[in-house]
Write a protein that binds this ligand. Structure first.
Ligand code: ACO
Length: 703
């Protein structure tokens, strides 16, 4: 039998959603733009798009399209796209929904290759048919289609603002991709106010055609973009998203965390498979940074444009002791390291401060030294190889103008040719706010809070750690024929669940170890095979009994043959009386092993498909829900990162004298994924790990 495959690279069936040969260049670098619905009335959206396109300074051809007007905003207008004399690269459609399809057909006829459909009234209101028609036309004619239901597209290097958002953006190196229109427009305004530069703003709306993957991959090769920031509410296809190639820092603000746990599922593992945790897993697996707020997302995005640090040793320069201590705390919390070499620091920085300053990192130059002290301390920090990154702090005082501080930091940073990462936090009033904006405008990430400054620097280190990962092939083995046969037999009996002894055998064949066990058909068989299993657990095996404990079908800690004989017979009698008519196939005897109780499993996410779960088991799983996921397929390194994801991971490094064979856990997690295409759910609870390995003490499989 040919083994089905789950892929991470290339295009799998879900990923073939986008037709090959489409190019987003015509959207971002068009030589001509037509705006359909270019009304002369300023209150109309089409008018605003035309006005923005003209006013940001787009130098290509602009063609207003209007049924009756011969000119709009001083430009010659055409009654239809087919009347435009020249080639049209990008068309922006802002006419009511009922006109969009025929207009889009005309665009295709004209040979347009890029389209932004502003109009609402498609799938978001249930008009799926017209949205599919748009997609079908786009595919048939190789048109890259943004939208529908978007506010447009902005690309600073082309001076193109084909949107009805704010007229101006500050040119920069962050590409902002947004699913939400209103929030996107709002953030354009905010970034302008805070002097955060943007290279692009892309409204995705309903994503009939172009989704996050295509835009991220386009910006991978765009020299004008350093960082990609995505505001996401939900993906259309998680599996397609998993094929996204991440070559530049991507920060995602994915909302909807509170929906965690909403997914109903039959098994225990499934009930923890809240899709937000799966999104978390997807981002980690792809090497994407997940932010929790716009403030954080834009802060990180700015810092991600900084040069990569060459090491871990940071220096804090401050005019205030308190803010220095706060920042030190923050650094420790997020795991950033401060340079700690007292005599070297004393020798280098003493001259930048009065006698009462401190050269113990934070370098406290005091409020007295002013811009001179900042300039010297910054210069030294940037010149010294021992310092790998700098955090400049400033508390606003009347004796120093924050703009002077901002100026000297900028001067020194630029003369060092931006040699290492520098972030700034300025705490104070409006003068500090202006100085922060000035620094941002000059691409030095500046913040009004130390938390944000430290967090953004941490993001840079985080991204760097993604880059240090080595590429690995998924560790997914074919399922042995014998295991597939058991699954087929179960199906042929009309069951969707696998009995415990069948589950053990399937898992063992796939590489998931069990404690020693035997499936006993009768008491004689049990006695004959129980040697070496004591102390053991006994569990009834019946296709008619799901909750074994409730019918007296479980007995634990059986110590010897006498107890086994008695309890075996007793169990058969009790079950027969409590579940009359239930077919009894036998009793599982499983050696009871001790170790750290974990939980592992497999569930199917509607977006991302099969995902493997791992967490601490026993009471921990119920109380702490300390579980994490990885989307199938993944390799051993990724499985190792899954172990490191859980909050209680320290327990796996040894707990109350119990050692854990982490390598066996990694192998077990990889082995589970082999069954991803053949079963719906696996629930191994507990999975006992000790120094000898990892063992499925109990296992359930739903097919
Ligand atoms: N070719 C060219 N122009 C045409 C055509 C045509 N076939 N048909 C109509 N027009 C012209 C109209 O004559 C009109 O110009 P006029 O004002 O000079 O007469 C212009 O196109 C616009 O048509 P209207 O019927 O006036 O439509 P209106 O501008 O009110 O609405 C719009 C069109 C904006 C596309 C609307 O249907 C819509 O979808 N609005 C929502 C847009 C939106 O919110 N998108 C999501 C953004 S994200 C967010 O939430 C902020």
């Amino acid at each position: 039998m040919k083994e089905a495959s789950v892929t991470t690279g290339g295009r799998d069936s879900a990923a073939s959603h986008q037709s090959p040969g489409k190019d987003l260049k015509c959207i971002f670098l068009p030589e001509s733009v037509a705006i359909i619905g270019a009304s002369a009335s300023p209150e109309k959206i089409g008018h605003q798009i035309l006005k923005n396109t003209i006013e940001l300074g787009y130098t290509g051809q602009i063609y207003p399209i209007h049924p009756t007007l011969s000119s709009v905003c001083g430009l010659k207008a055409y009654p239809s796209i087919l009347d435009v004399p020249g080639r049209v690269d990008l068309v922006v459609i802002a006419v009511p929904a009922q006109h969009v399809i025929p207009i889009f057909e005309q665009c295709a006829q004209k040979g347009v290759k890029g389209a932004a459909v502003i109009t609402s009234g498609f799938a978001e209101v249930g008009n799926v048919t017209d949205e599919h028609r748009l997609k079908e036309i786009a595919d048939r004619h190789n048109i890259s289609l943004l939208g529908p239901n978007i506010f447009g597209v902005v690309y600073a290097p082309s001076k193109l603002n084909a949107s009805f958002g704010p007229k101006d953006i500050l040119p920069g190196r962050i590409a902002f991709i947004t699913q939400s229109g209103a929030l996107g427009i709002a953030m354009m305004g905010q970034t302008e106010m805070e002097k955060i530069g943007l290279a692009a703003v892309v409204s995705l709306g309903n994503k009939a055609d172009i989704e996050e993957k295509e835009v991220i991959e386009y910006f991978n090769d765009d020299p004008n973009v350093d960082t990609i920031l995505v505001y996401l509410e939900g993906l259309k296809s998680g599996r397609k998203f998993m094929t996204t190639e991440i070559r530049k820092p991507v920060v995602i603000l994915k909302v909807g965390r509170s929906k965690r746990g909403s997914k109903a599922a039959a098994s225990h593992t499934g009930s923890l498979a809240g899709s937000d945790k799966i999104y978390d897993a997807a981002f980690k697996q792809l090497g994407i940074l997940r932010a929790d707020s716009f403030t954080e997302a834009f802060g990180w995005s700015r810092a991600l444009s900084l040069p990569k640090p060459k090491g871990e040793e940071l220096v804090i320069i401050t005019n205030g002791g308190g803010i220095g201590v706060r920042t030190t705390d923050e650094c420790e919390t997020v795991g950033l390291k401060l340079l700690d070499d007292p005599s070297w620091l004393e020798a280098k920085y003493r001259k930048t401060m009065p006698d009462f300053g401190s050269t113990r990192n934070p370098i406290d130059i005091t409020g007295q030294t002013g811009a001179y002290g900042y300039q010297e301390a910054t210069k030294i920090s940037l010149a010294e190889d021992k310092v790998h990154g700098v955090i400049v702090l400033y508390c606003e005082t009347v004796v120093t103008d924050p703009m002077d501080i901002a100026n000297v930091v900028k001067t020194e940073y630029e003369s060092s040719k931006r040699s290492k990462p520098v972030v700034v936090a300025m705490v104070g009033g409006t003068r500090s706010r202006d100085a922060i904006a000035f620094l941002n405008e000059h691409h030095i990430p500046a913040f009004s809070s130390v938390t944000e400054a430290v967090s953004s620097l941490k993001a840079l280190y985080h991204w760097q750690s993604f880059g240090e990962r080595t590429r690995e092939e998924p560790s997914i083995a074919p399922v042995p024929a014998e295991a597939l046969e058991i699954i087929e037999q179960v199906k042929s009996k009309g069951r969707n669940f696998v009995l415990e002894h069948e589950a053990r055998r399937i898992l063992e064949l796939c590489g998931v170890a069990s404690p020693r066990w035997h499936f006993a058909k009768n008491v004689h068989d049990a006695i004959t095979h129980a040697d070496g299993l004591y102390p053991l657990a006994m569990k009834i095996a019946s296709p008619d009994i799901i909750h074994k404990t409730e019918v007296g079908g479980v007995a634990l800690h059986i110590q010897d043959k006498t107890e086994l004989t008695f309890k075996f017979n007793h169990m058969l009698k009790t079950v027969a009386s409590k579940a009359p008519g239930a077919r009894i196939e036998g009793i599982n005897l499983v050696k009871m092993v001790t170790g750290i109780e974990c939980i592992a499993g497999l569930s199917q996410d509607p977006q991302f498909g099969p995902a493997v779960m791992f967490g601490l088991g026993g009471v921990f799983v119920e109380m702490l829900k300390d579980v994490s996921f990885r989307i199938v397929p993944f390799g051993e390194q990724e499985a190792g990162r899954l172990l490191a994801d859980i909050k209680g991971q320290e327990i796996l490094n040894g707990f109350r004298g119990i050692e854990a064979d982490k390598a066996s856990l990694v192998k077990t997690l990889c082995a589970i994924q082999a069954l991803a295409l053949h079963v719906k759910e696996i629930d191994i609870n507990p999975l006992i790990v000790n120094k000898d390995g990892s063992f499925a003490a109990d296992a359930r499989i739903i097919i």
